[in-house]
Write a protein that binds this ligand. Structure first.
Ligand code: SER
Length: 285
């Protein structure tokens, strides 16, 4: 399935679930001195999440252009060297502003991936927040995955704050999250004695979707204040989903990026695949 079709199917799916389809905002946030660049789909909705702005809709979906080159959530050192990290990428997201919460968010994600996209459900592991720093673990999300979606207990992993608590920046809306990781192949090298599965940095598994349950607003002293109307902020890498659906281990080998890499290689007088270090440079460009 090509990326254009995937993007359209995503937006159509959420439109059919009464979400407003909203255009990607600028990569330079309109009015946010805390961020240089838009680094997630929720950035244009930040004030809606904290209750400072209201919209005519309480459900939205986007395909948001994102840039991660500095600050929190940047993967700059990995770009070009791994099969899945980028500076620029597109994030597919669905959002609830005080409307639905965990049960619907998890149900939508599962239905979209396994039914609309037709991916093999046995290749997924879900992760949920284990609890840390006085913030309780997310038993509710665990139960939804296990009891309602039918994932066996061993395919729902509990991880700490580094993996399963999401914040846009040092201040602002944040909350526990639940990620979906897809098993690509055991043939891919892993540096651990025993691969850590969804928690591993290797390419055997790829995180495709992050479902954030926005519950708190963090102030500049680091204190968490419960939001009056908790919401949902999800983000799925279009390039990663395209790789999975196109049977590629690397996002660079998808129809989104391969034509650009070949064009850059032509301009540079190189051939992609001939030399490892040159290939890193071509992917970086
Ligand atoms: N904001 C979350 C992320 O960037 C989910 O969209 O992962």
């Amino acid at each position: 399935m090509n990326a254009r079709t995937i993007r359209k199917k995503f937006l159509d799916y959420f439109e059919s679930k009464e979400h407003q389809v909203v255009r990607s905002s600028s990569i330079v946030p309109a009015d946010d001195p805390t961020l240089y660049f838009t680094n997630a789909g929720m950035v244009q909705f930040k004030n809606v999440f904290v209750g400072e702005e209201s919209r005519s809709y309480s459900r939205a979906c986007t395909s948001q252009k994102c840039l991660r080159v500095s600050g929190k959530h940047n993967d700059l050192e990995n770009v070009g060297r791994t099969s899945r990290h980028h500076t620029f990428f597109e994030m597919l997201g669905n959002f609830s502003f005080g409307d639905y919460f965990k049960k619907e968010a998890i149900g939508f994600a599962w239905e979209f991936l396994t039914k609309t996209m037709g991916l093999d459900e046995t290749r997924f592991v879900a992760t949920v927040f284990a609890g840390e720093d006085g913030i309780p673990g997310d038993d509710e999300a665990f139960d939804i995955w296990h009891k309602e979606m039918g994932l066996p207990k061993e395919r729902v992993q509990r991880l700490g704050k580094a993996d399963n608590f999401w914040a846009m920046g040092d201040t602002g809306p944040c909350g526990p999250c639940s990620e979906l990781h897809y098993h690509q192949s055991d043939e891919v090298p892993c540096n651990e004695d025993k691969c850590l599965g969804a928690a591993c940095e290797c390419d055997r598994w790829v995180e495709v979707w992050n479902l954030v349950f926005m519950q708190f607003n963090r102030d500049d002293k680091g204190a968490f204040h419960p939001l009056k109307a908790p919401g949902v902020d999800t983000g799925m890498g279009l390039e990663r989903l395209a790789a999975v659906l196109q049977g590629q281990l690397s996002t660079y080998d998808t129809d989104l990026l391969m034509p650009i890499i070949h064009r850059v290689a032509d301009l540079a007088g190189k051939r992609y695949g001939d030399n490892g270090e040159d290939d890193v440079s071509l992917r970086v460009v």
